[in-house]
Write a protein that binds this ligand. Structure first.
Ligand SMILES: NC(=O)c1ccc[n+]([C@@H]2O[C@H](COP(=O)([O-])OP(=O)(O)OC[C@H]3O[C@@H](n4cnc5c(N)ncnc54)[C@H](OP(=O)(O)O)[C@@H]3O)[C@@H](O)[C@H]2O)c1
Length: 243
């Protein structure tokens, strides 16, 4: 079996996803900033799975490097998974546009730049899968994180359009919408246990959904219903709420 490319590979969810794909017989390209920091992790995955793991540098904000980044992959991947994300600081982003821009560019513009390149290649080859980790935060804007949420909303809409475009080329696009996940991104938050997934659970859900060709995955599954309720609150009521 050939390579799966994981971008944002230092993320806790990405590491769990990498182990899952290697266990199931895939070789891996792990792309991240300062990817050498993944040396020990990559060795451990190789020893356990006997699969090849290659590390590549990728800064999602360095748009001009993205074509070269993809060109350097000698064997093109059969699928790509993005776990890149930046929560940022909502209050800071309201007054400091650099912070707002970093949130938008990391969660949206940068990934679009890389996914466009890969989507064009997969479309030509008429095969491949594209998995984007978005968020339930993109389903409705809230005052506590609407800059991050709006970038995720744009990313979810992008993935929906990409799925529609690539359907005829038989390229599968999966949108992943995690609720709360216990990772370094949420380490300083007090998360409700019943609504919080571990990275391994998210990785299992992603692997199964991708293998089955699903379109949209909420993980944990009950977030589909939580978001249905939240989306159903009328705007006149929602605007006065703190949730
Ligand atoms: N944790 C949650 O509750 C939750 C909920 C919903 C959605 N998500 C989404 O799940 C995905 C994985 O997040 P996570 O929870 O595993 O958090 P995480 O460990 O903080 O992962 C985010 C990753 O994005 C990478 N990244 C940020 N800026 C980058 C840049 N300029 N270039 C390349 N990589 C960059 C980070 O790289 P560095 O390691 O180099 O900083 C980090 O590895 C993200 O898309 C996140 O938005 C998470």
């Amino acid at each position: 079996m050939s390579y799966v490319l994981i971008i944002g590979a230092k993320s806790d969810i990405a590491k769990a996803v990498a182990r899952k794909y290697a266990e199931n017989g895939y070789n891996l390209y792990l792309a991240a900033r300062n990817s050498r920091e993944l040396d020990e992790f990559a060795n451990d995955v190789t020893v356990r799975s006997q699969k090849t793991v290659k590390l590549i540098d990728l800064d999602i904000l360095d748009f001009d490097s993205h074509q070269t980044f993809y060109n350097q992959l000698e064997e093109k991947p059969l699928g790509v998974i993005s776990a890149i994300g930046y929560l940022g600081e909502q209050e800071n982003a309201q007054t400091n546009f650099n912070e707002a821009k970093q949130i938008i560019d990391t969660n949206y513009t940068g990934i679009v730049s890389v996914f466009n390149i890969i989507a064009n290649d997969f479309e030509k080859r008429k095969s491949g899968f594209i998995v984007g980790i978005s968020s339930v935060a993109g389903d409705r804007g809230r005052k506590s994180n609407y800059l991050y949420g709006s970038a995720k909303a744009a990313f979810s809409a992008y993935l929906s359009g990409l799925r529609n475009r690539l359907y005829e080329a038989q390229v599968h696009v999966l949108t992943v919408k995690p609720g709360f996940v216990a990772t370094k991104m949420t380490a300083d938050m007090d998360l409700p246990e019943k609504l919080t997934a571990q990275p391994d659970e998210v990785a299992d859900d992603i692997y199964n959904a991708q293998q089955k060709g699903k379109n949209i995955l909420y993980t944990k599954w009950l977030w589909r219903w939580v978001m249905l309720v939240i989306k159903g609150i009328p705007e006149w009521k929602f605007k006065g709420m703190s949730i």
